[in-house]
Design a protein around this ligand. Sequence first.
Ligand SMILES: Cc1cn([C@H]2C[C@H](O)[C@@H](COP(=O)(O)OP(=O)(O)O[C@H]3O[C@@H](C)C(=O)[C@@H](O)[C@H]3O)O2)c(=O)[nH]c1=O
Length: 181
Amino acid sequence: MKILPTALPDVKIIEPKVFGDDRGFFMETWNARRFGELGLPDKFVQDNHSRSTGPVLRGLHYQIGKPQGKLVRCIAGAILDVAVDLRRHSADFGRWVGVELSADNHRQLWVPQGFAHGFLVLGDSAEVFYKCTDFYAPECERSVIWNDPEIAIDWPLNGRQPLLSAKDAKAPCLADAEVYP
Ligand SMILES: Cc1cn([C@H]2C[C@H](O)[C@@H](COP(=O)(O)OP(=O)(O)O[C@H]3O[C@@H](C)C(=O)[C@@H](O)[C@H]3O)O2)c(=O)[nH]c1=O
């Protein structure tokens, strides 16, 4: 398991060691001791799994009061997984990073507390599995609109409109959103 940097220092790509053989492959997807050694959280309290068809876009989501760090992987298909720094004190406030996660590349993205998270399905469908450091708290849920020009995420939509939830379609822009201190 190794860690690769992204353009945002606190957001990390985790690349597991994949053992391939005639049967297929084996990999450790999370190991508390190894994560601790790498300076990543070793405690998660909730696992989530969603399936989406293309071009579904979920996000950009975060929780205020009960912020969640998320360890995200794509177990079927492929997604562009995006993290946006929403910590107002941060030099990277409002900046985003996008990483392709797929069932083939086995990569995971560590999205820390203080970041909004979202993803776009790149093919016909994708299943996404992620571990969270805190519980879902609907009253703490917040979102920022996926196409906020101030954040300017370069979603690879190729002219298509994304499929959004009703909630995500009416999310506020960053300027109107409640963010972290
Ligand atoms: C997120 C979540 C939702 N739900 C319920 C509420 C709702 O009825 C249904 C669907 O919820 P949503 O529409 O919010 O699901 P979704 O749009 O997939 O929300 C997720 O998006 C990604 C990008 C994230 O980062 C996650 O933290 C989460 O916000 O599932 C839970 O029971 N537990 C949870 O942890």
